[in-house]
Design a protein around this ligand. Sequence first.
Ligand SMILES: Nc1ncnc2c1ncn2[C@@H]1O[C@H](COP(=O)(O)OP(=O)(O)OP(=O)(O)O)[C@@H](O)[C@H]1O
Length: 266
Amino acid sequence: MIPRRPIGDVLLSARSISLSFGGVKALNDISIEVRRHEILSIIGPNGAGKTSMLNVINGVYHPQAGDITFRGRRWTRMGGAEAAAQGIARTFQNVALFRGMSVLDNILSGRARRFRASIVAQALNLPHAVREEVAERGRVEELIEFLDLQAVRRTPVGTLPYGLQKRVELARALAAEPELLLLDEPMAGMTFEEKQDMCRFVLDVNRVLGTTVVLIEHDIGVVMDLSDRIAVLDYGRKIADGPPDAVRGNAEVIAAYLGTNHGIAA
Ligand SMILES: Nc1ncnc2c1ncn2[C@@H]1O[C@H](COP(=O)(O)OP(=O)(O)OP(=O)(O)O)[C@@H](O)[C@H]1O
């Protein structure tokens, strides 16, 4: 078993975030801190604001109030490209890959931001562009091995079982070498075995690569197993934030989950 990296100082701090869509208050004065090397899960019933929170963190949505501090720098309006450049990567609720392209090329697309050679130099196969592509492919091969994707490296992604497609998506996000990885329901729709595999890979990413992870997940068993800390949202408010055992026993959390099919009580 690989030893844990100790949980460090605050990597990302979202302060007093409020976000509305017309009359719908998706996020209501929410503050969340993410510490270096931890796995933080954000949970809550449908419509609680979980995906909106991820979209604020990676600059897709701009909140009407509040700010984000990432690696010590404060942002009031961080765009998606800036978030990526700063070291934030994410996967999506639904698979968002190039279905006709191979596993290898999909993962390579996650390194696009790192390519220095111009498109013209790449198209003309100029020596520096070729050298760069060889180096980039080498890094992609490392990821393929790390996530156990060797057997399907040349396979078009669209033909793979769903669980493997999600794993390729994880690989593509990791290709950007993020410091903070946001996973939006990485196990939704998976079989029991696929979930077990994904749990193991998320732990490996956290422990071996040292990547800090923020995870949205409906499977409470998975959340309890993986998380160092859990933040619970309900109707756009944060109702609890703490280690799994404390959250599991929190009366307000149990009440929020009553009447849903996502059991939380032990
Ligand atoms: N782009 C949007 N336009 C309008 N309303 C939105 C938009 N995105 C989210 N909302 C609304 O904001 C609220 C929070 O939605 P969000 O998707 O963040 O919740 P969630 O907790 O991720 O839900 P789920 O578990 O179902 O994915 C909901 O009422 C939703 O309808």
